[in-house]
Design a protein around this ligand. Structure first.
Ligand code: ATP
Ligand code: MG
Length: 580
């Protein structure tokens, strides 16, 4: 490719709207352009990266027996009503009406379509397992589209669905995908962790997320260095190291004390001169089960912890969980936000974390402005009925598997694998005939990779102050050849010759044949992130050209006759290292 004709509008300045490195660099390197919030054009360089990632994914899916197909983005509402997700999916589902008034949606995922396809076309256990996948556009009306293609509203996903005859088969398919995913992300040059995840709206019995570690990641992960435990914080369990610090105490008499203006845990603890862990945090939620079924729930956790709303929501089994409004809180507690507590609550379900159950002589809100109780004792002063782990883990908690200290880090979720079990096959009534002649439901799994998000995550992990540093496997081109002086016929001639030789050998190469200063060409080359750069300049007098590694900035000079071989060897070695 000749740079003079390449459509790659690079920018010197950071675009104002971009918050993350990858978003900035993808725009500056001329790889993407925004059309609307969360909707992007991929320009030629960006699209080459996408196609490379897709190709790696294809190879690894195929290696596990996956078969590629292509399903429509546009899906009839009936399918979604059958699975029950038309109501559950909420405003993220892009809904539309056709000219005959029939409701449709733009698929955010394809369980309904693929399950129907298999149900109508597969009959016997002999045809199983079946692993079907596609790389296709998904639509999700994200509440906060951001970070460029990382959280988009229209994006490319690889989604694979496995159909097995029993649970054992499903587990095997899941293991195969786990393996394939590790290979995909390794080949893309990414450092990642696999974590236990919350199955969320898709539902099911087991799921793991592939997290690329990055400071800008939206997800928080807890992990243990001693065993392999790692989990999304919204899903993780832990052991609280000082759970029983007050258990030995004698129960003292409940007393109401004046705490003017002290609303937060911090303020109350400071005012009373007690540790935060002696206080109780009481939050009220509105749990919505369906259009006409909801309740107010109080959730209690020790003051030095926070409530994990995902755990609470999963425990309650509600569709939505929102913080309750002040009027609603007043109705059940008589108190004002900041001073409410568990004592004297009326007509409200109370969910209590074990950290609160094991507190003695605690500080709780008194349900009255500017007052708290001290020496509140669970069981004595308020009822203990529903004791459930609803707390958010913290760094410093202990690992549930091995007891070591947990640490936290941030990550970008690039892939997600789920065991679905019978959830969709039952909902869609999808059955096959087993060896024993009986009709049975499929055991299913689903497995997604965000292609654009993987590209962005690769940049988050591979860049410097000058631009992107592509891993060889997903670089838009392997090499750029730069003739230093446009007006120097010799520079141009030799550069073109090297460019042609590399092309003949199948190397993906760009020649920067623009009438630009060397500075501009070098800057663009670094920004776009070609892993290798050949510079044809002064050294030509000694019959040599310069080869430079983008990542290490290392420079070596090669005689004209050797540089092509050196480049080919380098590319092969790097690709081999990534796929081994
Ligand atoms: P998230 O928690 O980030 O919203 P999710 O759990 O909704 O992700 P899945 O439904 O598991 O995502 O989708 C599979 C993969 O698709 C994700 O691992 C991610 O790589 C990608 N993905 C999901 N949502 C988006 C999005 N809005 N933009 C780009 N990629 C996405
Ligand atoms: Mg999502």
């Amino acid at each position: 490719m000749r740079m003079s004709s390449l459509f790659a509008p690079t920018l010197r300045e950071d675009p104002a709207e971009a918050e993350t490195i990858s978003h900035k660099l993808m725009i500056r390197a001329g790889m993407i352009r925004k059309v609307a919030a969360g909707i992007y054009n991929f320009l030629p360089l960006g699209y080459r990266v996408i196609r490379k990632i897709e190709q790696i994914i294809r190879e690894e899916m195929d290696a596990k027996g996956g078969q590629e197909l292509f399903m429509p983005a546009l899906q009839p509402a009936e399918l979604w009503k059958q699975s029950g997700r038309w109501d559950v999916y909420g405003p993220e589902l892009m809904r539309l009406i056709d000219r005959n008034g029939r409701p449709f949606c733009l698929g955010p995922t394809h369980e309904e379509v693929v399950t129907t396809l298999v149900k109508e076309n597969v009959r016997s256990y002999r045809e199983l397992p079946l692993l079907l996948y596609q790389i296709q556009t998904k639509f999700r009306d994200e509440i906060r589209p951001r970070f460029g293609v990382m959280r988009a509203r229209e994006f490319l996903m690889k989604d694979l669905y496995s159909f097995d005859k029993d649970e054992e088969g499903m587990n095997k398919s899941y293991e195969a995908m786990y393996d394939a995913y590790c290979r995909v992300f390794k080949r893309c040059g990414l450092a990642f962790k696999v974590v236990e995840a919350d199955p969320g709206a898709i539902g099911g019995t087991g799921s793991q997320e592939f997290m690329v570690l990055a400071k800008t990641g939206e997800e928080e992960i807890v992990y243990c260095d001693d065993c392999n435990y790692a989990a999304n914080t919204n899903q993780a369990s832990s052991i609280v190291p000082d759970m029983d610090f007050s258990m030995g105490e004698e129960e003292r008499e409940l007393k109401k004390v004046y705490t003017p203006g002290a609303k937060t845990i911090e303020e109350v603890a400071n005012f009373l001169g007690v540790e935060k862990k002696r206080t109780v945090k009481t939050l009220f939620y509105e749990a919505i089960y369906s259009q006409d079924s909801w309740e107010i729930v109080a959730a209690l956790v020790r003051g030095d912890y926070d409530i994990n709303e995902t755990k609470l929501k999963n425990y309650l089994g509600c569709l939505y969980l929102n913080l309750a409004k002040e009027e609603e809180i007043a109705k059940v507690s008589g108190g004002k936000v900041g001073f409410v507590g568990p004592i004297g609550l009326k007509g409200v379900r109370v969910i209590i974390d074990p950290t609160v159950q094991r507190l003695k002589n605690a500080v709780v809100g008194a349900g009255e402005e500017d007052y708290h109780f001290i020496n509140a004792n669970p069981g004595r002063d308020f009822e203990l009925k529903e004791i459930v782990d609803i707390r958010l883990v913290r760094a410093g908690d202990r690992c549930v598997r091995c007891g070591s200290e947990l640490k936290t880090t941030r990550g970008i979720e690039v892939g997600h694998i789920f065991k679905l079990g019978l959830k969709y096959s039952k909902a869609m009534d999808a059955k096959f005939v087993d060896r024993d002649g009986k009709e049975k439901y499929y055991y299913m799994g689903c497995y997604g990779i965000g292609v654009g998000r993987t590209m962005a995550a690769a940049i988050e992990q591979n860049h410097d102050e000058d631009g992107i540093i592509w891993p060889m496997s997903i670089a838009p081109y392997h090499v750029v050849v730069i003739p230093v002086e446009y007006s120097n016929g010799e520079h141009m001639r030799v550069a073109t010759q090297i460019y042609e030789s590399l092309r003949e050998r199948g190397v993906e190469v760009v020649i920067d044949d623009r009438d630009e200063s060397p500075g501009v060409k070098f800057k663009d080359a670094d920004l776009i992130g070609f892993p290798l750069r050949i510079t044809v300049g002064d050294a030509l007098k000694e019959g040599k050209v310069e080869l430079r590694w983008r990542k290490t900035k290392e420079v070596r000079f090669y005689p004209l006759g050797e540089v092509v071989e050196a480049v080919i060897k380098e590319i092969e070695e790097e690709l081999k290292a990534l796929s081994s």
